[in-house]
Design a protein around this ligand. Structure first.
Ligand code: ATP
Ligand code: MG
Length: 357
Protein backbone atom coordinates (compact mmCIF):
# COMPACT_ATOMS: atom_id res chain seq x y z
CA UNK A 1 0.00 0.00 0.00
CA UNK A 2 2.95 2.37 0.25
CA UNK A 3 4.14 1.79 -3.31
CA UNK A 4 3.30 5.41 -4.01
CA UNK A 5 5.91 6.70 -1.60
CA UNK A 6 8.57 4.54 -3.21
CA UNK A 7 7.62 5.73 -6.64
CA UNK A 8 7.72 9.40 -5.78
CA UNK A 9 11.07 8.94 -4.03
CA UNK A 10 12.33 7.20 -7.16
CA UNK A 11 11.17 10.00 -9.42
CA UNK A 12 12.81 12.62 -7.28
CA UNK A 13 16.10 10.71 -7.44
CA UNK A 14 15.89 10.21 -11.19
CA UNK A 15 15.18 13.90 -11.78
CA UNK A 16 18.15 14.81 -9.61
CA UNK A 17 20.47 12.36 -11.37
CA UNK A 18 19.50 13.66 -14.80
CA UNK A 19 19.49 17.33 -13.91
CA UNK A 20 22.99 18.00 -15.20
CA UNK A 21 22.52 15.85 -18.31
CA UNK A 22 19.66 17.82 -19.80
CA UNK A 23 15.96 18.46 -19.62
CA UNK A 24 13.93 15.31 -19.06
CA UNK A 25 10.30 14.54 -18.40
CA UNK A 26 10.22 11.90 -15.68
CA UNK A 27 7.02 10.06 -14.87
CA UNK A 28 5.81 6.69 -13.74
CA UNK A 29 2.96 4.48 -14.86
CA UNK A 30 2.36 0.95 -13.64
CA UNK A 31 5.70 0.89 -11.81
CA UNK A 32 7.62 1.69 -14.97
CA UNK A 33 9.61 4.91 -14.96
CA UNK A 34 9.88 6.91 -18.12
CA UNK A 35 12.65 9.42 -18.66
CA UNK A 36 12.01 11.29 -21.88
CA UNK A 37 14.46 13.85 -23.20
CA UNK A 38 12.85 17.20 -23.87
CA UNK A 39 15.76 18.69 -25.76
CA UNK A 40 17.40 17.68 -29.02
CA UNK A 41 21.10 17.39 -28.22
CA UNK A 42 21.02 15.35 -25.03
CA UNK A 43 23.82 12.83 -24.48
CA UNK A 44 21.69 9.74 -24.02
CA UNK A 45 24.72 7.51 -23.33
CA UNK A 46 25.53 9.70 -20.37
CA UNK A 47 21.90 9.69 -19.25
CA UNK A 48 21.84 5.90 -19.42
CA UNK A 49 25.06 5.64 -17.41
CA UNK A 50 23.66 7.97 -14.77
CA UNK A 51 20.55 5.91 -14.35
CA UNK A 52 22.46 2.60 -14.25
CA UNK A 53 23.67 3.39 -10.74
CA UNK A 54 20.31 4.38 -9.34
CA UNK A 55 19.07 1.87 -6.79
CA UNK A 56 15.46 0.79 -7.08
CA UNK A 57 15.43 -0.02 -10.78
CA UNK A 58 15.38 -3.69 -11.75
CA UNK A 59 16.00 -3.23 -15.46
CA UNK A 60 16.65 -0.45 -17.95
CA UNK A 61 15.65 -0.16 -21.56
CA UNK A 62 16.58 2.43 -24.12
CA UNK A 63 13.47 2.78 -26.16
CA UNK A 64 12.61 4.72 -29.25
CA UNK A 65 9.20 6.35 -29.47
CA UNK A 66 7.09 6.28 -32.60
CA UNK A 67 3.56 6.70 -33.88
CA UNK A 68 1.07 3.98 -33.09
CA UNK A 69 0.72 2.79 -36.62
CA UNK A 70 1.56 -0.80 -37.69
CA UNK A 71 3.97 0.09 -40.43
CA UNK A 72 5.66 2.85 -38.49
CA UNK A 73 6.21 0.44 -35.62
CA UNK A 74 7.77 -2.15 -37.93
CA UNK A 75 9.96 0.39 -39.69
CA UNK A 76 11.08 1.82 -36.36
CA UNK A 77 12.02 -1.64 -35.07
CA UNK A 78 13.96 -2.30 -38.28
CA UNK A 79 15.85 0.96 -38.07
CA UNK A 80 16.42 1.04 -34.34
CA UNK A 81 17.38 -2.60 -33.81
CA UNK A 82 18.84 -3.26 -37.26
CA UNK A 83 22.43 -3.43 -36.02
CA UNK A 84 21.58 -6.02 -33.38
CA UNK A 85 19.37 -8.01 -35.74
CA UNK A 86 22.16 -8.31 -38.29
CA UNK A 87 24.43 -10.18 -35.92
CA UNK A 88 22.02 -12.82 -34.59
CA UNK A 89 20.09 -15.86 -35.77
CA UNK A 90 17.04 -16.05 -33.52
CA UNK A 91 14.61 -13.48 -32.21
CA UNK A 92 11.11 -12.99 -30.97
CA UNK A 93 8.75 -10.06 -30.66
CA UNK A 94 6.93 -9.33 -27.47
CA UNK A 95 4.21 -6.77 -27.85
CA UNK A 96 2.10 -5.27 -25.06
CA UNK A 97 -0.62 -2.75 -25.27
CA UNK A 98 -1.76 -0.49 -22.50
CA UNK A 99 -4.03 1.18 -25.02
CA UNK A 100 -6.82 -1.35 -25.39
CA UNK A 101 -8.37 0.58 -28.26
CA UNK A 102 -5.39 -0.30 -30.43
CA UNK A 103 -6.84 -2.35 -33.31
CA UNK A 104 -4.65 -5.44 -32.84
CA UNK A 105 -4.25 -7.68 -29.83
CA UNK A 106 -0.79 -8.07 -28.35
CA UNK A 107 -0.41 -11.47 -30.00
CA UNK A 108 -1.49 -10.20 -33.38
CA UNK A 109 0.87 -7.28 -33.14
CA UNK A 110 3.77 -9.54 -32.13
CA UNK A 111 3.10 -11.77 -35.10
CA UNK A 112 2.77 -8.85 -37.46
CA UNK A 113 5.98 -7.15 -36.39
CA UNK A 114 7.76 -10.53 -36.32
CA UNK A 115 6.67 -11.24 -39.88
CA UNK A 116 7.82 -7.87 -41.14
CA UNK A 117 11.18 -8.14 -39.43
CA UNK A 118 11.65 -11.59 -40.89
CA UNK A 119 11.10 -10.20 -44.33
CA UNK A 120 13.62 -7.44 -43.78
CA UNK A 121 16.15 -9.80 -42.17
CA UNK A 122 15.61 -13.19 -43.82
CA UNK A 123 18.54 -14.80 -41.97
CA UNK A 124 16.84 -14.62 -38.56
CA UNK A 125 14.34 -17.10 -37.26
CA UNK A 126 11.64 -16.74 -34.69
CA UNK A 127 12.38 -18.66 -31.50
CA UNK A 128 9.83 -18.31 -28.75
CA UNK A 129 11.90 -20.03 -26.05
CA UNK A 130 15.56 -18.99 -26.31
CA UNK A 131 15.75 -16.02 -28.66
CA UNK A 132 19.06 -14.18 -28.92
CA UNK A 133 17.13 -10.93 -28.99
CA UNK A 134 13.64 -10.01 -27.91
CA UNK A 135 12.11 -7.05 -29.67
CA UNK A 136 9.76 -5.29 -27.30
CA UNK A 137 6.88 -3.20 -28.56
CA UNK A 138 4.70 -1.34 -26.09
CA UNK A 139 1.65 0.48 -27.28
CA UNK A 140 0.72 3.14 -24.79
CA UNK A 141 -1.77 5.98 -24.76
CA UNK A 142 0.09 8.50 -26.85
CA UNK A 143 2.75 6.53 -28.66
CA UNK A 144 4.44 3.19 -29.23
CA UNK A 145 7.79 2.30 -27.66
CA UNK A 146 10.26 -0.08 -29.26
CA UNK A 147 13.32 -1.52 -27.54
CA UNK A 148 15.57 -4.54 -27.37
CA UNK A 149 16.55 -6.58 -24.32
CA UNK A 150 16.73 -4.55 -21.13
CA UNK A 151 20.03 -4.06 -19.31
CA UNK A 152 20.12 -4.96 -15.62
CA UNK A 153 19.45 -2.00 -13.33
CA UNK A 154 21.23 -1.43 -10.03
CA UNK A 155 18.49 -3.32 -8.15
CA UNK A 156 17.67 -2.66 -4.51
CA UNK A 157 15.47 0.16 -3.25
CA UNK A 158 15.52 3.92 -3.79
CA UNK A 159 17.98 5.58 -1.44
CA UNK A 160 16.16 7.19 1.46
CA UNK A 161 13.10 4.95 1.67
CA UNK A 162 14.93 2.75 4.19
CA UNK A 163 15.78 5.62 6.54
CA UNK A 164 19.16 7.09 7.33
CA UNK A 165 22.27 5.58 8.94
CA UNK A 166 25.78 6.67 9.79
CA UNK A 167 28.48 4.67 8.03
CA UNK A 168 31.97 4.38 9.49
CA UNK A 169 34.17 4.94 6.48
CA UNK A 170 37.84 4.04 6.74
CA UNK A 171 40.20 4.10 3.81
CA UNK A 172 40.05 0.33 3.41
CA UNK A 173 38.34 -2.02 1.00
CA UNK A 174 35.50 -3.10 3.25
CA UNK A 175 33.68 -0.05 4.54
CA UNK A 176 32.92 1.45 1.10
CA UNK A 177 31.39 -1.90 0.11
CA UNK A 178 29.39 -2.05 3.34
CA UNK A 179 28.12 1.47 2.72
CA UNK A 180 27.17 0.58 -0.83
CA UNK A 181 25.26 -2.51 0.31
CA UNK A 182 23.17 -0.57 2.79
CA UNK A 183 22.49 2.21 0.28
CA UNK A 184 21.32 -0.52 -2.06
CA UNK A 185 18.67 -1.43 0.48
CA UNK A 186 17.39 2.12 0.41
CA UNK A 187 19.38 3.60 3.28
CA UNK A 188 20.54 7.20 3.00
CA UNK A 189 24.06 7.56 4.38
CA UNK A 190 26.01 10.05 6.36
CA UNK A 191 29.72 9.18 6.66
CA UNK A 192 32.05 9.38 9.64
CA UNK A 193 35.80 9.14 9.28
CA UNK A 194 38.24 9.09 12.18
CA UNK A 195 41.56 10.54 11.39
CA UNK A 196 44.73 10.67 13.43
CA UNK A 197 46.85 13.51 12.22
CA UNK A 198 49.88 13.58 12.35
CA UNK A 199 50.08 9.78 12.61
CA UNK A 200 48.10 9.57 9.40
CA UNK A 201 48.76 11.92 6.50
CA UNK A 202 46.40 14.44 4.91
CA UNK A 203 46.56 12.17 1.84
CA UNK A 204 44.95 9.41 3.90
CA UNK A 205 42.04 11.73 4.61
CA UNK A 206 41.78 12.80 0.97
CA UNK A 207 41.65 9.16 0.00
CA UNK A 208 38.57 8.71 2.18
CA UNK A 209 36.93 11.77 0.66
CA UNK A 210 37.67 10.33 -2.77
CA UNK A 211 36.06 7.05 -1.73
CA UNK A 212 32.96 8.92 -0.62
CA UNK A 213 32.91 10.74 -3.94
CA UNK A 214 33.13 7.45 -5.81
CA UNK A 215 30.09 6.25 -3.90
CA UNK A 216 27.90 9.22 -4.77
CA UNK A 217 26.65 7.92 -8.13
CA UNK A 218 25.09 5.10 -6.08
CA UNK A 219 24.36 6.74 -2.74
CA UNK A 220 23.54 10.30 -3.76
CA UNK A 221 25.07 13.33 -2.12
CA UNK A 222 27.22 12.41 0.88
CA UNK A 223 28.46 14.32 3.86
CA UNK A 224 31.65 13.07 5.48
CA UNK A 225 32.15 14.01 9.12
CA UNK A 226 35.89 13.96 9.72
CA UNK A 227 36.56 13.34 13.40
CA UNK A 228 39.99 14.10 14.89
CA UNK A 229 40.86 10.97 16.81
CA UNK A 230 44.48 11.48 17.81
CA UNK A 231 43.92 12.53 21.42
CA UNK A 232 41.83 9.49 22.20
CA UNK A 233 44.39 7.20 20.63
CA UNK A 234 47.21 8.79 22.60
CA UNK A 235 45.27 8.39 25.83
CA UNK A 236 44.62 4.76 25.00
CA UNK A 237 48.26 4.12 24.24
CA UNK A 238 49.32 5.62 27.54
CA UNK A 239 46.78 3.98 29.80
CA UNK A 240 45.42 0.74 28.42
CA UNK A 241 46.76 -2.79 27.96
CA UNK A 242 48.15 -3.12 24.48
CA UNK A 243 46.16 -6.26 23.71
CA UNK A 244 42.90 -4.32 24.14
CA UNK A 245 43.93 -1.27 22.19
CA UNK A 246 42.01 -1.94 18.98
CA UNK A 247 38.83 -2.90 20.80
CA UNK A 248 38.87 0.17 23.00
CA UNK A 249 39.51 2.34 20.02
CA UNK A 250 36.60 0.75 18.14
CA UNK A 251 34.35 1.36 21.15
CA UNK A 252 35.16 5.05 21.05
CA UNK A 253 34.47 5.12 17.34
CA UNK A 254 31.06 3.59 17.96
CA UNK A 255 30.22 6.03 20.74
CA UNK A 256 31.19 9.05 18.67
CA UNK A 257 29.38 7.71 15.61
CA UNK A 258 26.24 7.30 17.67
CA UNK A 259 26.48 10.93 18.73
CA UNK A 260 26.79 11.94 15.10
CA UNK A 261 23.78 9.77 14.30
CA UNK A 262 21.73 11.52 16.95
CA UNK A 263 22.69 14.90 15.55
CA UNK A 264 21.81 14.08 11.97
CA UNK A 265 18.69 12.05 12.72
CA UNK A 266 20.13 8.67 11.68
CA UNK A 267 18.78 5.44 13.10
CA UNK A 268 21.60 2.98 12.66
CA UNK A 269 25.36 2.54 12.33
CA UNK A 270 27.16 0.68 9.56
CA UNK A 271 30.61 -0.90 9.65
CA UNK A 272 32.64 -2.97 7.22
CA UNK A 273 33.26 -5.80 9.67
CA UNK A 274 33.29 -9.40 8.46
CA UNK A 275 33.23 -12.27 10.91
CA UNK A 276 36.68 -13.65 11.60
CA UNK A 277 38.53 -11.36 9.21
CA UNK A 278 40.76 -9.79 11.85
CA UNK A 279 41.18 -10.06 15.62
CA UNK A 280 38.66 -7.32 16.32
CA UNK A 281 36.00 -9.01 14.23
CA UNK A 282 35.27 -12.12 16.28
CA UNK A 283 31.82 -12.55 17.75
CA UNK A 284 33.02 -11.55 21.24
CA UNK A 285 34.83 -8.51 19.84
CA UNK A 286 31.73 -7.39 17.96
CA UNK A 287 29.74 -7.83 21.14
CA UNK A 288 31.97 -5.49 23.13
CA UNK A 289 32.13 -2.87 20.38
CA UNK A 290 28.39 -3.00 19.76
CA UNK A 291 27.67 -2.84 23.47
CA UNK A 292 28.49 0.88 23.79
CA UNK A 293 25.67 2.01 21.55
CA UNK A 294 21.93 1.57 21.54
CA UNK A 295 21.36 2.08 17.82
CA UNK A 296 21.41 -1.09 15.72
CA UNK A 297 24.82 -1.77 14.17
CA UNK A 298 24.58 -3.07 10.60
CA UNK A 299 27.46 -5.19 9.35
CA UNK A 300 26.38 -6.16 5.84
CA UNK A 301 29.70 -7.90 5.09
CA UNK A 302 29.50 -10.16 8.11
CA UNK A 303 29.09 -13.36 6.10
CA UNK A 304 31.17 -12.44 3.08
CA UNK A 305 34.64 -13.73 2.17
CA UNK A 306 37.34 -11.25 1.27
CA UNK A 307 37.18 -12.32 -2.38
CA UNK A 308 33.49 -11.54 -2.55
CA UNK A 309 34.09 -8.17 -0.96
CA UNK A 310 36.92 -7.40 -3.38
CA UNK A 311 34.75 -8.42 -6.33
CA UNK A 312 32.06 -6.01 -5.19
CA UNK A 313 34.61 -3.25 -4.58
CA UNK A 314 35.84 -3.66 -8.16
CA UNK A 315 32.31 -3.65 -9.51
CA UNK A 316 31.35 -0.44 -7.75
CA UNK A 317 34.65 1.26 -8.58
CA UNK A 318 36.18 1.78 -5.14
CA UNK A 319 38.83 -0.95 -5.15
CA UNK A 320 41.67 0.89 -6.88
CA UNK A 321 41.37 3.82 -4.47
CA UNK A 322 41.02 1.60 -1.41
CA UNK A 323 44.33 -0.13 -2.08
CA UNK A 324 46.33 3.10 -2.29
CA UNK A 325 49.03 2.76 0.35
CA UNK A 326 48.19 5.26 3.07
CA UNK A 327 48.28 4.58 6.78
CA UNK A 328 44.97 4.10 8.52
CA UNK A 329 44.37 5.14 12.09
CA UNK A 330 43.78 1.50 13.03
CA UNK A 331 47.08 0.28 11.67
CA UNK A 332 49.12 2.98 13.36
CA UNK A 333 48.89 1.42 16.82
CA UNK A 334 48.12 -2.20 16.02
CA UNK A 335 48.80 -4.43 19.03
CA UNK A 336 51.21 -7.32 18.52
CA UNK A 337 48.88 -9.78 20.25
CA UNK A 338 45.34 -8.46 20.05
CA UNK A 339 42.73 -10.06 22.25
CA UNK A 340 40.37 -12.13 20.11
CA UNK A 341 37.98 -13.29 22.87
CA UNK A 342 37.60 -10.26 25.12
CA UNK A 343 35.46 -10.24 28.26
CA UNK A 344 33.35 -7.17 28.85
CA UNK A 345 34.68 -6.79 32.44
CA UNK A 346 38.31 -6.42 31.36
CA UNK A 347 37.26 -3.88 28.78
CA UNK A 348 35.25 -1.71 31.17
CA UNK A 349 38.04 -1.98 33.72
CA UNK A 350 40.56 -0.71 31.18
CA UNK A 351 38.24 2.13 30.24
CA UNK A 352 37.84 3.16 33.87
CA UNK A 353 41.56 3.93 33.95
CA UNK A 354 41.24 6.39 31.07
CA UNK A 355 40.89 10.12 31.27
CA UNK A 356 38.44 10.53 28.39
CA UNK A 357 35.12 12.33 28.70
P1 ATP B 1 38.12 -1.59 6.14
O1 ATP B 1 38.58 -2.39 4.96
O2 ATP B 1 36.73 -1.06 5.98
O3 ATP B 1 39.10 -0.56 6.58
P2 ATP B 1 39.17 -3.42 8.02
O4 ATP B 1 39.13 -4.81 7.48
O5 ATP B 1 40.42 -2.65 7.92
O6 ATP B 1 37.99 -2.62 7.33
P3 ATP B 1 38.99 -2.67 10.82
O7 ATP B 1 40.17 -1.82 10.70
O8 ATP B 1 38.86 -3.63 11.94
O9 ATP B 1 38.70 -3.54 9.52
O10 ATP B 1 37.73 -1.74 10.86
C1 ATP B 1 36.46 -2.29 10.94
C2 ATP B 1 35.45 -1.22 10.58
O11 ATP B 1 35.56 -0.11 11.47
C3 ATP B 1 35.68 -0.62 9.21
O12 ATP B 1 35.10 -1.39 8.19
C4 ATP B 1 35.00 0.71 9.35
O13 ATP B 1 33.60 0.60 9.23
C5 ATP B 1 35.34 1.09 10.79
N1 ATP B 1 36.57 1.91 10.81
C6 ATP B 1 37.83 1.50 11.00
N2 ATP B 1 38.70 2.53 10.95
C7 ATP B 1 37.96 3.63 10.71
C8 ATP B 1 38.25 5.02 10.54
N3 ATP B 1 39.48 5.49 10.58
N4 ATP B 1 37.23 5.86 10.33
C9 ATP B 1 35.95 5.39 10.26
N5 ATP B 1 35.63 4.11 10.41
C10 ATP B 1 36.61 3.23 10.62
MG1 MG C 1 40.81 -0.67 7.66
Amino acid sequence: LNRNQFESAMMKILRYRLKTVGKFRVYCTQSTFYMEPEEEDIDMDLAFDRVKTVFGLAALSRAVVCEKDFDTICQTAEDYLGDSLHGIRTFKVEARRADKSFPMTSIQLSQYVGGELNEAFPHIQADMHHPELTVHVEVRDFAAYVHGDPAPGAGGLPVGVGGKAVSLLSGGIDSPVASWMMAKRGVALEMVHFFSYPYTSPEAKDKVLTLAQLLTPWCGRLTVHVVPFTKIQEQLRLHCPEALFTLLMRRFMMRISERVAQRVGAHGLITGESLGQVASQTMEAMAVTGQVCTLPVFRPLVGMDKEEIVRTARKIGTFETSILPYEDCCTVFTPRHPKTHPKLEEITEAEAALDIE
